[in-house]
Design a binder for this molecule. Structure first.
Ligand SMILES: [Zn+2]
Length: 262
């Protein structure tokens, strides 16, 4: 690990710490383009933006593309304070990002109360071409007749519409839907997607805790896999002699139950 990379990891960790002070989750990331010159920070803003997709890595990628254009991270890298969850990993795959370098690992996140085991189970099932736990089904005919086929919907337990929007895909529709109902978690609810589902769309749905995803077309029942893979590199800064502490080491972060990961 070269000094420049240590610095970028430090930047991600510092962003995580700063984010806690701004009432965000303890996660930060830096998205860097292939040349290494265009660096953009993102932090977890799930709770304040009521957006279950607003993880640090997603935010860093969104901010980077907003500044430098869509596709700006092809062959780029992510430096993140914690190992990326399957949703963030799926977005990195789609963006053609080659590598993620992380400080804290999955166990640290689990210990801190940020378990994402459910998503890893789904990831494994999808990789093995098995049915995931949150089913994807065809929209029942009676509902089909009442819904606009171009829209995305969130339905309650009784299949009543509680939010709806237009979007290019489910991943970008989700924050629009959750903001309408003022919560980023929607257990016992159902999503209706008018577009094909990729792993990113599915994992974002899992973060909402939903019951089922309905699709309108038979060919959308199968979740599309990504072909590109991201390399993940764990940097044990203690060994690298990095001049910084991980977010988990900060004693004033105890309210999050964070423990030193050394
Ligand atoms: Zn994530």
């Amino acid at each position: 690990m070269i000094n420049k990379e240590i610095e970028l990891l430090k930047k991600a960790n510092d962003a995580a710490i700063q984010n806690i002070q701004e009432n965000g989750g303890p996660f930060g990331a830096v998205a860097v383009d292939e040349s290494g010159s265009k660096q953009v920070v993102g932090c977890n803003r799930v709770t304040d933006q009521l957006d279950p997709t607003a993880h640090a890595e997603v935010q860093a990628i969104r901010n980077h593309e907003q500044k430098y254009g869509v596709g700006s991270l092809q062959n780029g890298e992510i430096f993140t304070s914690c190992y990326p969850c399957p949703m963030c990993n799926a977005l990195m795959e789609e963006k053609g990002i080659s590598r993620s370098t992380y400080s804290s690992n999955k166990k640290d996140a689990d210990n801190a109360g940020f378990a994402d085991d459910f998503l890893y189970v789904q990831q494994a099932l999808l990789e093995e071409d098995q049915e995931p736990s949150v089913p994807v089904s065809l929209l029942p005919d009676d509902l089909h007749a009442t819904l606009n086929p171009d829209h995305f919907y969130l339905l309650d337990e009784a299949h009543h519409i509680i939010a709806s929007c237009e979007s290019d895909r489910l991943f970008t529709a989700i924050p629009k839907l959750t903001k309408q109902i003022n919560t980023f978690e929607t257990p016992n609810c159902f999503l209706v997607s008018s577009k094909e589902l990729k792993i990113l769309d599915y994992m974002a749905s899992c973060w909402m805790g939903i019951e089922k995803i309905y699709v309108l077309q038979k060919e959308h029942l199968k979740i599309k896999k990504n072909t590109h893979k991201v390399e993940h590199v764990y940097v044990n800064v203690e060994n690298e002699g990095g001049p910084f502490q991980l977010w988990g080491n900060h004693s004033d972060r105890t309210e999050y139950g964070l423990k030193p990961n050394v």
